[in-house]
Ligand binder design. Sequence first.
Ligand code: URA
Length: 214
Amino acid sequence: MPAPSGKPGRDCPRCPRLAAFRRDWRKKEPEWFNAPVPSFGPVDARVLIVGLAPGLQGANRTGRPFTGDYAGVLLYETLGKYGFTKGEYKAHPDDGLELVDCRITNAVRCVPPENKPLPVEINTCRDYLKATVAEMKNLRAIVALGQIAHNSVLSAFAAKKSASPFKHGGRSPVGHVTLFSSYHCSRYNTNTGVLTPEMFRAVFKEVRRFLNVA
Ligand code: URA
């Protein structure tokens, strides 16, 4: 099988469980996107943000990462604060929002049942993550949102997990880039106080500082 590009086709068959889930949702909600969600933002960006997987009624519905669900509100607001957006986030892919020097992708491109991708699905979809990293020639920093994204990025670079354990606010060199890690900005994490907006902003403040001195 040829190495995939950074963009799976609409009917990517590689994860049978996710493909079946997608087919079900196409029947239930034919107006929704219901396909692997493409990365958002310029390919020449220096920063890549890696989320977990599309939310059912968020990215899976709208077709743009973190768009239309709770997690996106904090993410796009924070990106705006540190100069990574142009325009206003209005939770819709036609809102005209642009990302500046930053791109967003997911460790798993298709919506998983109950927001929980299986290890085999994370491993299978990593080919797309690797291709996404490879096509970003100016890449300097990756921000992993949550431990699954963090570990998938390490595996994409064939880097040891023991050398870079997941930690909110952690930072480590991985391959030719620096990996910054954050708790995921999910509704659960923010409602339970695992992640506060201040903690999330601190990560992006660091990334901005890193780019400024790079
Ligand atoms: N939406 C995404 O696109 N990714 C996530 O990880 C969560 C919500």
